[in-house]
Design a binder for this molecule. Structure first.
Ligand code: NI
Length: 166
């Protein structure tokens, strides 16, 4: 299992605009596998390439508990979004912290798969939130830049009013 180190907030790598991935080769396949392994090991629901030090437009997302919903997003872009949701969010690059962030409720995104084929996904709720969060990483943006408020340690462990709205 090839897990990689996760870059933490404060590192300039997280603030760069990532370049498009042009090659759909074995090297990409290995990176995708390593990124998924790294995300699962850290018990995250998403991971973007800059978080492992690679400045390419690549992200993985899996919001399922049994790891059955892996999305490999290469050169992704959101083409349509609808509504809003306000809820808690964290990031593997910002350990120990959480904030309340407002995101679209539904998104339609297009992306390339590991073979370079263009795909489309339409999703909502938590998966839509995760996709938006990871795509932001590709443009050097972190959720802490746009959160409505930061949660206290007590709130992180417990219930927050925003949970009721989900
Ligand atoms: Ni993140």
């Amino acid at each position: 299992m090839g897990t990689r180190n996760i870059v933490k907030v404060g590192d300039e790598t997280l603030r760069k605009i990532c370049k498009r991935q042009e090659k759909f080769d074995l090297r990409l396949a290995i990176l995708l596998k390593d990124m998924a392994d790294t995300m699962y090991k850290a018990e995250g629901v998403g991971l973007a390439a800059p978080q492992v030090g690679i400045l390419r437009r690549i992200a993985v997302v899996d919001v399922t508990e049994d790891h059955s919903g892996l999305l490999e997003l290469i050169n992704p872009e959101i083409v349509e979004s609808e509504g809003t949701q306000t809820g808690r969010e964290g990031c593997l690059s910002v350990p120990g912290r959480q904030g309340v962030v407002t995101r679209p409720m539904k998104v339609r995104a297009r992306y390339q798969n590991r073979k370079g084929q263009w795909m489309e996904i339409e999703t909502e709720g938590f998966e839509a939130r995760a996709i938006c969060h990871e795509l932001d990483h590709l443009d050097g943006k972190l959720y802490i830049d746009m959160m409505d408020r930061e949660l206290t340690q007590e709130e992180i462990e417990g219930h927050i009013p925003e949970d009721d709205a989900q």
